[in-house]
Design a protein. Structure first.
Lengths: 117, 220
């Protein structure tokens, strides 16, 4: 089968049956934000805002370069943001402004906490 | 933590909470994105203020110990075993294990003729209500790609040798259908209490990558 045909036949998530390396029994305890991201995914599903299959397709739609470079929960949160933009529930500007505000809030609190020590 | 490729599902170091409630390390880009999405959805009343925190509590309450209890109960109560194999979700609910999502559970029984293995080739679907969150290797490329074509080789990498006359069945999970393996009860456990049996049943045995072994657990 030609390389070009393979591209059409398999989307990035569809890896069942491909050759791959030996299994490495990796695991890690989730960072607090990763756990929040997982819980957020569940809540988005309960609230019928983004279901599990939409999330999976949203990750796939990031394309193989991003899928390769982002880790598991990074892919999820980027997929959620993109889907929320597509559904008109958030805009990229809303998100960018809020991210800057949260970063500023953290920096301000860190300065205060340092003074308090 | 083993080293790994970029595209394996490996994540960043943990952030410890600062005593003043400020975490020590500045939140990274994607962490900021998570906080921003959550705050905006709460403000717009699309999700409840406490919903994510409450769901974290639900996630924390789900560990493989629940699955072990289900398996041990199935080993000691033939009526329950039958109901479990007929409808996994209903039987788990009978034991007080709630399903917080819209998934069905199919329980696959291992015998001396059949060995079952579960995987999610497309992503990371897993019987979370009964086992908690999956280990990283379950979500990683190697396991997802290879389990469906060379399960014997994959099992061998977990130290599991399945005799040639035992059929291996691999079940590929979906967003709405999840699987749990009911392992073979090991010989020599005839006098064991249900509690002691449950201690023998590991997460990996319920995924199907290892058998339940008498010496592996802490039961007497």
């Amino acid at each position: 089968m030609s390389q070009a045909e393979n591209i059409v036949i398999r989307l990035p998530n569809d890896i069942g049956g491909l050759a791959a390396d030996r299994i490495q029994r990796t695991d890690h305890e989730l960072a607090p934000w990763e756990k929040r991201c997982h819980a957020l995914a569940d809540v988005l599903d309960f609230r019928k805002i983004i279901n599990t299959e939409e999330k999976r397709r949203g990750v796939e739609a990031l394309g193989s370069e991003w899928v390769g470079k982002l880790n598991y929960y990074e892919r999820w949160i980027v997929a959620f943001a993109t889907i929320l933009f597509q559904k008109g529930l958030l805009t990229p500007a809303d998100l960018a402004i809020r991210m800057d505000e949260i970063q500023k809030r953290w920096r301000d609190e860190a300065v205060l906490a340092k003074r308090g020590d | 933590m083993a080293s790994h490729e970029h595209n394996d599902d490996h994540d960043h170091p943990h952030h410890e909470s600062h005593p003043h409630g400020v975490q020590e390390i500045e939140p990274g880009y994607y962490e900021l994105m998570e906080s921003a999405v959550r705050e905006l959805l709460i403000e717009r009343k699309m999700i409840g203020a406490d919903e994510v925190r409450r769901q974290i509590e639900v996630l924390d309450s789900r560990t493989p110990a629940l699955g072990s209890k289900v398996v041990a109960h199935a080993w000691t109560d033939p009526g329950f075993r039958k109901r479990l194999l007929a409808n996994g979700r209903k039987a788990c609910e009978e034991l007080g294990i709630s399903f917080y999502d819209d998934t069905q559970l199919i329980v696959l029984e291992n015998t001396d003729k059949v060995h079952n293995l579960i995987v999610c080739t497309l992503c990371s679907c897993y019987p979370r209500p009964v086992l908690g969150l999956p280990p990283d290797w379950y979500k990683a490329r190697s396991y997802r790609a290879r389990a469906v074509v060379e399960p014997r080789a994959v099992l061998a990498e977990f130290g599991t040798q399945i005799p040639d006359d035992v059929e291996i069945r691999v079940s590929d999970s979906t967003a709405v259908v999840r699987y749990l393996v009911l392992p073979v009860r090991p010989a020599g456990t005839e006098g064991f209490s249900e509690e002691d049996l449950a201690k023998l049943v590991t997460r990996d045995a319920m995924i199907g990558v290892i058998p339940v072994q008498l010496h592996a657990g802490s039961a007497a």
